[in-house]
Design a protein around this ligand. Structure first.
Ligand SMILES: *Cc1c(COP(=O)(O)O)cnc(C)c1O
Length: 372
C-alpha cells in the first residue's frame, strides 16, 4: 500500500489560525475564569447572529444540544414521556440517542436516495397519534427539505427540530441559515465538524424564549441562581477556552464553506466513472456546505481498496444504520431497505479547506481509473 495523504488535516486547518488561537488561549488563561463567562456569552451572541436567531446556548457537545432541546420541551409540556419523535435511520447514532436520553421514542424512517436526507413522504407515512416531533438531519452538510417538513409539522401540530451538526453556515433559498429553519437546532463543534473546537463543544439555537430559558437552566444543574435548583438539570456547559477558540474559527466559516463548495465542484466536474454515482447538487448551492462528499458505489469495498492502493483515503458515513446497531436491537426487524442500501454503498472522499491541489487531482484520477 502506498502512503496515503490525510483524509482530514485538522492540524493544518487549525495552523492557519495559530496566532489568534494562541492569543485566545492566553486571554482565557489570564482571566482566571474558565466556565460560563464572558467568552461564552460573546460566542453565543456571535453564533446567534450568524444563524439569524434570537438565542444560541453553548453546551458540552452536539448530543447534549439535541437532548437539552427535547428535555426543554418536556419542561414546557410540549413533549411527554414516550412521545414519538421521527428521525432518519441513516444518521450518526447521536440523533437517536438524544431522543432516547430524553425519555422519548425514536421512530426511524427512510432517507431519499438522491439527497441522502430524510424523505418527507416517509415522514408523513410514519406520523401516528403519538407523534410529537420530527428531527431533520442536514446530512453531509446538505439542508433537508425543511419547507415540506414544516408543512407536515404544521399540519399535524409537531415540533420540527434540526440536527445541524454537519451543516454550520448552510443557507436556504430565502437566505435563512441552518439553525433558523426549525423550532430549535442542535450543533456540534466536535473538532472534525465544519466549525470545530479543539475539544468537545456544542450549542443549540432557537427563537423560542421559553425554550431558551429552560435550556439555560438545564445545562447548569437546573439552576439560574447559584445553589438554587429549580430543575433536575445536568452539567453540560461550554467552557471559556472552547468558546474563545470557536470565536476565532467562526470568522472563517463562510470562506471555508465556499472552499468546500469549490472542491466539491472540482470533484463533480472531474470524476467520470459509470461505476460511481456522484452526489446530487441542490438548486441553491449555498444550501450545501459539503461536510462530506459522499458517492455511491455497488462495489464499495473494491473501490475503497482501489483508492487505498492509489494513496487516496476514504471513509464510510455510516456503515451500520441506526436500526441495525446493537444499542437499538429493539428496531432490528424494521424494514428500511433504502437506509440499509446506502449503508452498503456510500463512500466519502477527502474534502477540506486547504486540501492540496495534487491530492484533489490524485483523488479524481484514482476514481476515474476504478474498474469493477
Ligand atoms: C457529530 C454529530 C452529532 C453529535 O455531536 P457530538 O458533539 O459528537 O456529540 C449529532 N448528530 C450528527 C448528525 C453528527 O454528525
Amino acid at each position: 500500500m502506498s502512503d496515503m495523504f490525510p483524509f482530514l488535516d485538522l492540524a493544518g486547518i487549525n495552523r492557519r489560525d495559530e496566532a489568534a488561537l494562541t492569543e485566545a488561549f492566553q486571554r482565557v488563561l489570564r482571566s482566571g475564569w474558565y466556565v460560563l463567562g464572558t467568552e461564552v456569552a460573546a460566542f453565543e451572541a456571535e453564533y446567534a447572529a450568524a444563524c439569524g436567531v434570537a438565542h444560541a446556548i453553548g453546551v458540552g457537545n452536539g448530543l447534549d444540544a439535541l437532548t437539552l432541546i427535547l428535555r426543554g420541551y418536556r419542561q414546557l409540556g410540549r413533549l411527554a414521556e414516550g412521545d414519538e419523535v421521527i428521525l432518519p435511520d441513516n444518521s450518526f447514532v447521536a440523533t437517536a440517542l438524544a431522543v432516547s436520553e430524553a425519555g422519548l421514542t425514536p421512530v426511524l424512517v427512510e432517507p431519499a436516495l438522491d439527497t441522502f436526507n430524510i424523505d418527507p413522504a416517509a415522514v408523513e407515512a410514519a406520523i401516528s397519534p403519538r407523534t410529537r416531533a420530527i428531527i431533520a438531519v442536514h446530512l453531509y452538510g446538505r439542508l433537508a427539505d425543511m419547507q415540506r417538513l414544516r408543512a407536515l409539522a404544521d399540519q399535524h401540530g409537531l415540533l420540527l427540530i434540526e440536527d445541524a451538526a454537519q451543516a454550520h453556515g448552510a443557507v436556504d433559498a430565502r437566505g435563512h441559515a441552518a439553525g433558523a429553519l426549525g423550532d430549535a437546532a442542535g450543533f456540534s463543534f466536535f473538532p472534525v465538524k465544519n466549525l470545530g473546537a479543539l475539544g468537545d463543544a456544542g450549542a443549540l439555537t432557537t427563537n423560542d424564549d421559553a425554550l431558551a430559558e429552560q435550556v439555560r437552566k438545564l445545562r447548569n444543574y437546573g439552576s439560574s441562581r447559584k445553589y438554587v435548583h429549580e430543575l433536575q438539570g445536568i452539567n453540560s456547559r461550554l467552557d471559556e477556552l472552547q468558546a474563545a477558540l470557536l470565536r476565532v474559527k467562526l470568522a472563517r466559516l463562510a470562506d471555508d464553506a465556499q472552499a468546500r463548495r469549490d472542491l466539491a465542484a472540482r470533484y463533480l466536474a472531474g470524476i467520470d466513472n459509470q461505476h460511481l454515482q456522484l452526489p446530487q447538487v441542490p438548486h441553491v448551492s449555498e444550501s450545501h456546505v459539503w461536510h462530506q462528499f459522499v458517492m455511491r458505489c455497488e462495489a464499495r469495498e473494491a473501490l475503497q481498496t482501489h483508492l487505498e492502493r492509489h494513496g487516496v483515503p476514504s471513509l464510510i458515513h455510516y456503515p451500520i444504520p441506526i436500526h441495525r446497531q446493537a444499542a437499538y436491537a429493539e428496531f432490528a426487524d424494521r424494514h428500511l431497505p433504502l437506509s440499509q442500501r446506502l449503508a452498503g454503498e456510500v463512500l466519502s472522499l477527502p474534502l477540506y479547506p486547504g486540501m492540496a491541489n495534487e491530492w484533489v487531482e490524485q483523488t479524481i484520477e484514482a476514481c476515474n481509473a476504478f474498474r469493477v
